[in-house]
Write a protein that binds this ligand. Structure first.
Ligand SMILES: Cc1cc2nc3c(=O)[nH]c(=O)nc-3n(C[C@H](O)[C@H](O)[C@H](O)COP(=O)(O)OP(=O)(O)OC[C@H]3O[C@@H](n4cnc5c(N)ncnc54)[C@H](O)[C@@H]3O)c2cc1C
Length: 429
């Protein structure tokens, strides 16, 4: 028996791969499937958990797979940085012509004078290679707000999603007015033509409904007896595929002390605010907010939504209690600064919720703690996958690919026949 923990895109992909081939059950703590790759309802509106766009990059196989599930729309990314009271196309270092002349010249001079220097931490890497002026204007305020940690404690070359060394040719051309709108790892993105919920529910249709157990939070894993405990039940497994956050998994593993302490796994929590505006004001897909006065690190518009909806993201401490009055003031302040509203009354409705583990932090201990923990888990027949299971910076496409690779590695022995699945359960949101 294979047990899968978590019905997000990773767990559902693993289940699709196992369906009809092996005995498995999927345990999900919530009363709905999809994890972060779905939508929730508030006040009759349907919201995503922040921008959830598909980037396929070099994964044509994953693109083909998901586009068989439902129709997708393609978008040319319009992302910006907000600094010095202006919107500058992403990435800022290639669009210095948008800055005042004196600032621009200073930044270009500092970058051009530098020889590329590898650095042990993100602070030094950015300050040395991009120069003090751009570091103070954008990288430091933005990343400090986002990571909520001293940048000396972050490694420079994160596994995925790292900031590349400066490309001096493009920086010079951008300072002279050339545009590089399609640079970076995600110049285009895709989103279901219908909704993320429709995508995920269609994606899960090939999984026999009886195999998905909702409201089954895993509270203990005995890795010697190969047993999983939930609030209601106990199950034996031969192999365990888990997509719950690695930090939370090591907390509930028995026997204790086989793995690093949970506090060695660093991450941020995100306060996500979805806002319905009274009128349409779409100027970008998303914007990085460098300004120290603005509490949010990112704002964005959903590409497909029946109402004028934007979202704001802010890093908070886990367990933060939301002060709705203060939050409304912060929302109005931010949207006014971005010139998306003129008066507070233009905010028709907002919903705020905290994503407890949203972004893993690549702190200097990550290389010692994470890969060895994942390897050790495998020795016990536990495969910790997905963005939070592998404690990495991955996209939904990476997670699909990794889940498929994980299951394929089990081989196709012990073929298992099951009735063709009936219609899916009504999944609650
Ligand atoms: C703000 C934000 C924006 C993002 N934007 C993008 C984007 O634009 N594009 C992109 O590709 N990716 C994006 N991502 C990343 C994307 O959300 C993840 O890559 C993806 O959702 C990971 O899927 P998963 O199934 O591995 O994890 P999850 O979606 O977290 O699913 C894990 C599941 O496990 C369940 N679970 C947890 N603990 C237990 C337990 N103890 N017992 C049982 N079940 C449990 C959870 O309820 C959940 O359903 C974004 C992430 C965030 C936070």
């Amino acid at each position: 028996m294979i047990i899968i923990i978590g019905a997000g895109i990773s767990g559902l992909t693993a289940a699709r791969q196992l369906q009809g081939r092996k005995e498995f059950i999927l345990l999900e703590k919530e009363n709905y499937i999809g994890g972060l790759s779905t939508q929730y309802q508030a006040n009759g509106y349907r919201f995503d958990f922040g921008g959830h766009y598909f980037h396929f990059q070099d994964k044509a196989d994953i693109q083909t797979l998901v586009q068989k599930v439902c129709a997708f729309k393609k978008f040319n990314r319009k992302s910006k940085t907000f600094a010095l009271d202006r919107l500058i196309p992403f990435p800022i270092q290639f669009h210095l012509s948008y800055l005042p002349t004196t600032v621009r010249n200073k930044i270009v001079k500092e970058i051009m004078e530098n020889q590329f220097t590898p650095a042990a931490n993100l602070h030094d890497f950015l300050e040395i290679n991009f120069g003090k002026t751009l570091f103070e204007l954008f990288f430091k305020p933005f990343l400090t707000k986002y990571y909520n940690i001293d940048l000396h404690e972050i490694i420079a070359n994160m596994d995925r999603g790292s900031i590349p060394p400066p490309d001096k040719e493009r920086i010079a051309a951008g300072a002279a007015g050339k545009k590089f709108f399609s640079s970076g790892y995600n110049p285009v993105f895709y989103y279901p033509a219908s909704s993320l919920t429709h995508f995920i529910e269609t994606y899960a249709k090939s999984i026999a409904p009886g195999r998905i157990h909702l409201n089954e939070e895993v509270t203990g894993v005995d890795i010697l007896k190969k047993r999983v405990k939930t609030v209601n039940n106990e199950y034996s497994y031969d192999k365990l595929i888990t997509s719950m956050p690695l930090k939370n998994l090591v907390k509930i593993i028995e026997p204790k002390n086989l793995f690093p302490y949970p506090q060695e796994f660093h991450h941020i929590s995100t306060l996500l605010v979805n806002v319905i505006l009274k009128r349409k004001r779409k100027r970008f897909h998303w914007v990085y907010l460098a300004d120290r006065d603005i509490p949010f690190y990112r704002a964005g518009f959903y590409p497909v939504h029946p109402f004028p909806t934007c979202y704001l993201e802010k890093t908070v401490n886990p367990g933060t209690v939301i002060d709705h009055e203060k939050l409304r003031e912060e929302i109005v302040f931010t949207l006014k600064a971005l010139k998306l509203i003129e008066v507070g009354e233009e905010v028709a409705f907002f919903d705020a919720r905290i994503i407890p583990v949203s972004y893993v932090l690549f702190t200097t201990n990550w290389p010692q703690v994470v890969p060895s923990s994942l390897e050790k888990l495998k020795e016990y027949g536990i495969y910790s996958i997905g963005r939070y299971g592998s404690w990495n910076y991955t996209s939904m496409s990476d997670d699909i690919k990794d889940a498929i690779t994980c299951v394929r590695a089990f081989g196709d022995q012990e073929p298992f026949r099951e009735k063709v699945p009936g219609p899916p359960k009504a999944f609650v949101h």
